[in-house]
Design a protein around this ligand. Structure first.
Ligand SMILES: Cc1cc2nc3c(=O)[nH]c(=O)nc-3n(C[C@H](O)[C@H](O)[C@H](O)COP(=O)(O)OP(=O)(O)OC[C@H]3O[C@@H](n4cnc5c(N)ncnc54)[C@H](O)[C@@H]3O)c2cc1C
Ligand code: SF4
Ligand code: SF4
Length: 608
């Protein structure tokens, strides 16, 4: 099939692109403002393929200053989008450890003791201290608390109602089509195959969609973006080594909650100092809350789900959450390299937008507005080229799209943020210092060295638990878990003093129950496994097996001969396994021993 433009993924970046292009393509009287080169007399023919089973199922994100969104959608605040509220009270909280199990450095323990000793003089309550001063870069004053899923459903309907764009959810793009270095479209995923991709009954090869321009907006772990990176490499000194998994619950708060819509809480310090938490309040007593587990948290048993439960149980939060009910949940990777992870943005026949193009601002913790803005910039460039009847060559895209991007606030602020997280490679205190320093110096100077790939700093189980669990006992616990076929983190956290989770069947539920909740995780049959262990021999020798511990959906479990087993039906498509691996692939320290490819299914919720 031939079209003018094909888009990969429908996240905020592509939504910004399609919103702008669809508005520009048609005049007020319905005639085309620019003509389709493939179908003269019509506006440009644009198709967008989204992997997730419906629009808004594959996204996340909540609080945004909404600068780019409002510039494109002036009526946004009056649009009545479900779950949207203006930002109200904002707080940043340092959570102390009320359990005594958290792994804190000496400096942090000293700081904790000082805080406890002087709590009478501080804004201290329920084992937490509110920062008296919140750095300006963290503020979202004037912004919006949104459900990105609800927003994407709304914006998807707006875009399609123009009649100039078709969005196809449940349709993963398997690969880009190349002719030499020119991208000429995409190929969709094969259907009717077994787990290994071998054709069976009802085999339907993925359709080829040929287009003059392929727009890649497939997010931080998108397989098409990965193919481009493998093909072109990254510009010098650019690398994607900083990641985080964000796990999020959407909950009904108890009746009579004192939390007002628009409330924004950010936390750090607990359950482990490295983990950042958030709680944002929507209208009608609904809240989005969750935890980020970064790649520089060295624990080889970094489980977002279990840590999120301990976080909710912190006294500061539990007083709001006791009696709350889980509506839906999800997890998604955040590409934390920001501007430094920027790939080659354009080439002959393609352009990259959004988080996968390095747009996310790691200083302000903001990605939605930035992704949207890059989509708008590309749409303006495409309109300019179509109008001038110029082809989508690397040079033309460079002079229109990349130029706009370089001149924009996304670039300016991305540069300030570029090295702001480097201090975290040395610890939380230096990390915080580094962020404040980056903000004060406008990113001109960095106090710390840049990051190494996650596997290069990951400790072995033996090293990480050296002072807590004797090696013989660790070996025994490991053996017992292997016999039971379960991950290790529950056992090891229990051994290190973390109390059992008091399941209440409504907010505190087992990981397995969360997966089943309302049939929220699904995987249609007839597709190949999208998570693949590239070199099974490396897995056999791998003692850490962090892929099992970190899996957001319990989709990776102990398997035969030491090679983990993947269960597609539990996969929430968070992409965390891509970077949560203890071994590099041979010959490429920035590629780990696991592949995260295009796949169907995943979460069935548009609340995230
Ligand atoms: C838990 C969490 C909380 C966050 N909170 C905030 C926040 O409060 N504020 C903020 O500004 N930012 C936040 N972010 C960051 C923000 O979500 C991202 O920066 C933003 O969504 C990036 O937009 P994008 O369009 O580039 O990519 P994405 O939102 O990742 O969208 C990419 C889309 O492409 C689809 N896709 C991937 N591969 C394929 C394929 N092969 N074929 C077809 N489709 C494909 C995906 O399913 C997805 O829908 C948060 C992120 C996480 C993980
Ligand atoms: S995928 Fe990576 S972490 Fe998992 S067992 Fe293999 S080498 Fe180890
Ligand atoms: S297997 Fe699926 S759920 Fe597990 S980490 Fe990978 S993408 Fe996430």
């Amino acid at each position: 099939m031939d079209v003018d433009i094909v888009c990969v993924g429908f996240g905020p970046a592509t939504a910004g692109f399609l919103t702008t292009l669809s508005k520009r393509s048609v005049n007020a009287d319905g005639t085309p403002a620019v003509e389709s080169p493939t179908q003269p007399g019509l506006p440009p023919q644009v198709l967008c393929y989204e992997r997730a089973d419906d629009i808004g199922f594959g996204v996340s994100g909540v609080v945004t200053r909404g600068r780019a969104l409002r510039a494109s959608l002036p009526d946004l605040d009056k649009a009545g989008i479900p779950m949207a509220a203006p930002v109200g009270e904002e707080k940043v909280l340092y959570l102390l450890d009320p359990v005594g199990a958290s792994r804190r450095s000496r400096t942090l323990r000293l700081a904790d003791s000082l805080i406890r000793a002087t709590q009478w003089a501080l804004p201290f309550e329920h084992a937490a201290v509110e920062l008296p001063w919140t750095p300006a870069f963290l503020h979202k004053h004037g912004g919006l608390v949104l459900s990105l899923g609800q927003f994407m459903q709304w914006v998807g309907a707006q875009v399609q109602s123009t009649g100039t764009v078709q969005i196809w959810p449940g349709t993963p793009v398997a690969q880009a089509l190349w002719e030499e270095n020119q991208v000429v479209g995409v190929r969709l995923l094969d259907q009717g195959v077994d787990k290994a991709g071998t054709p069976g009954d009802g085999f339907l090869p993925g359709m080829d969609i040929r287009a003059a321009l392929t727009v890649v907006g497939d997010g931080p772990v998108g397989p098409i973006g990965q193919q481009f990176d493998a093909h072109f490499g990254r510009p010098e000194d650019h690398h994607a080594r900083d990641w985080a998994i964000g796990m999020k619950f959407v909950v009904d708060l108890p009746e009579g909650t004192p939390l007002k819509p628009g409330t924004v809480l950010h936390t750090f310090g607990f359950p482990e100092p490295e983990l950042f938490g958030f709680l944002y309040v929507h209208p009608d007593r609904v809240a989005s809350l969750g935890l980020f587990v970064p790649s520089w948290f060295d624990s080889p048993t970094r489980t977002a789900y279990r840590y999120l439960q301990h976080w909710m149980l912190h006294p500061y939060l539990w007083r709001y959450l006791q009696g709350a009910k889980l509506r839906s949940w999800g997890a998604k990777t955040l590409g934390e390299s920001g501007r430094r992870g920027e790939p080659h943005l354009v080439g002959d026949g393609f352009a990259r937008i959004g988080e996968g193009s390095g747009s996310t601002n790691v200083l302000t913790g903001s990605g939605v507005d930035e992704a949207w803005a890059t989509g708008v910039q590309l749409a303006e460039a495409v309109f300019e080229l179509l109008k001038a009847k110029k082809p989508f060559t690397q040079q033309n895209l460079d002079e229109t799209y990349v130029r706009r991007r370089r001149e924009s606030w996304v670039e300016e602020e991305g540069r300030v943020a570029e090295k702001s997280r480097d201090g975290f490679q040395r610890g939380v205190v230096s990390g915080m210092l580094g962020m404040v320093w980056a903000s004060l110096t406008k990113g001109r100077f960095s106090l710390f060295k840049g990051p190494v790939p996650p596997h290069a700093r990951l400790k072995t189980l033996e090293d990480y638990f050296r002072n807590r669990i004797p090696p013989e006992e660790l070996a025994q616990l490991r053996k017992e878990c292997a016999i039971k076929g379960v991950s290790l983190h529950g056992t090891l956290m229990h051994r290190c003093g973390w109390p059992a989770i008091p399941y209440d069947g409504q907010l505190l539920v087992s990981h397995q129950d969360a997966l089943l909740l309302g049939g929220k995780v699904q995987a249609p049959p007839g597709y190949a496994d999208h998570v693949v262990f590239l070199y099974p021999n490396l897995c056999e020798q791998c003692g850490t097996k962090i892929c099992i511990e970190a899996c957001s959906g319990q989709a990776i479990a102990p398997g035969e001969k030491g090679v983990p087993a993947f269960d597609r039906e539990k996969c929430v498509h968070c992409g965390a396994c891509l970077w949560n691996c203890a071994q590099p692939a041979p010959g490429n320290p920035d590629q780990m021993n696991i592949a995260f490819r295009a796949g169907t299914g995943g979460l069935h919720s548009a609340e995230n």
